[in-house]
Design a protein around this ligand. Structure first.
Ligand SMILES: Cc1ncc(COP(=O)(O)O)c(C=O)c1O
Length: 366
């Protein structure tokens, strides 16, 4: 039998590999592999979701008007410049479809979030990854990579999978030195977790008055709504015009819009979630350091740590042993970081369980 081939380049793309959700034998386990909110979802969002069960026969509002208004008010934005996506992932895909022609290029840091490159390659674009310094975005390297083919530069601040953040002065410098016909995407999936740092800014202040900045945000992390797949981008008006022409009209669902609206207003849940992540990442980093591992300073709800040469177990061995005990963390070989594991902040008892297995690894690697 012959099969019609996909367009050139598609079969060269490695599919996104999500954080593991089950043990090697398929049994349910403690998932610390996808940076979800360990506190669950806001109770207000859960109630809003349940109320939608009476309306499942109705299409969602394709403009997500109520949520659009609420986001615009909360973040002081122009409502018509907000574009909604099935997760912020879809904003990257829409941008790539609208702005990349075959042969165009995106530039991203070495440890860029995997979905950007997938979106770019699916649109026929190429990807240039630039070296980082100490697992932190190097603005000079990104700027040096820009050439006549570059159409979009992607940066996550704070970044995944490293957890590091850039001071806002560096983001401003990147933008100031970028030609104005190149889009700069500031992926803020973890923005709220970095707000404690005095030199941090989510980029919206710059995006309000720039013609080429896109800030993306998600309800999947802090707001605990990963299952509902809803995110948004704040984009210049002409970019909104372009993206709205190709956005699938009902790409965010009625329950997702309703839950996101409620979550946005659940200040108590938001504050508890941020405090939980801030405290948890400090505790976890200290415990990992005490074991002889090398955590990267994190501004997120996860900690990524190196297994140095002298440590008795490799990252892969530790990942496997953790998984056999039902503790699923994220190996980072596909990000070119085979000596690292990424651990989402979970409840204390899960963090203690992780540390106890890593202590075993330190004593006897196998
Ligand atoms: C840096 C970064 N950007 C974007 C996303 C995608 O989030 P969403 O669930 O909104 O598609 C993730 C999810 O892991 C992420 O880590």
């Amino acid at each position: 039998m012959t099969f019609p081939p996909p367009k050139p380049g598609i079969l060269g793309i490695s599919a996104y590999s999500p954080g593991r959700a089950t043990k090697p034998d398929g049994a349910k386990a403690i998932k610390l592999s996808a940076n979800e909110n360990a506190l669950g979802a806001s109770p207000l969002a859960q109630s809003a979701f349940l109320r939608c069960s009476a309306q499942l026969h109705l299409y969602p509002d394709s403009q997500a008007r109520a949520l659009r208004r609420a986001i615009a008010e909360k973040f002081e934005l122009e409502p018509e410049r907000i574009v909604f996506g099935c997760g912020s992932d879809e904003i990257f895909a829409l941008l790539a479809q609208a702005y990349l022609s075959p042969g165009d290029m995106i530039a991203q840091p070495e440890y860029g979030f995997a979905a950007w490159a997938i979106a770019a390659r699916a649109a026929g674009g190429d990807v240039k990854s630039t070296p980082e310094k100490n697992h932190t975005v190097d603005v000079d390297a990104l700027l040096a990579a820009v050439d006549a083919r570059t159409r979009i530069v992607f940066v996550a601040n704070p970044a995944n999978p490293t957890g590091t953040r850039l001071p806002f002065s560096e983001i401003r410098r990147l933008h100031a030195n970028l030609p104005s016909d190149i889009l700069l995407v500031l992926d803020g999936a973890y923005a709220e977790y970095a707000r404690g740092a005095s030199d941090y800014d989510d980029g919206l202040s710059l995006a309000r008055n720039a013609g080429n900045i896109i800030v993306t945000r998600t309800f999947s992390k802090l707001y605990g709504l990963a299952a509902l797949r809803i995110g948004w981008g704040y984009v210049p008006a002409p970019v909104a015009d372009a993206l709205e022409r190709i956005r699938p009209p009902f790409n965010t669902t009625r329950p997702a819009q309703a839950a996101a609206l409620a979550a946005l207003e659940d200040h108590d849940f938001v504050e508890r979630s941020i405090a939980f992540a801030e405290h948890g990442r400090e505790q976890l980093s200290a415990a990992l350091t005490a074991l002889g591992l090398e955590p990267i300073p994190s501004a997120t709800n996860f900690v990524t740590a190196r297994f140095p040469k002298g440590f008795p177990a490799s990252a892969a061995e530790a990942e496997q042993r953790l998984a056999s005990r039902g503790l699923l963390v994220r190996g980072l070989s596909n990000y070119g970081m085979p000596d690292f594991l990424r651990i989402t902040i979970g409840p204390d008892k899960h963090m203690r369980a992780v540390i106890s297995v890593l202590e075993e690894c330190a004593r006897s690697p196998r």
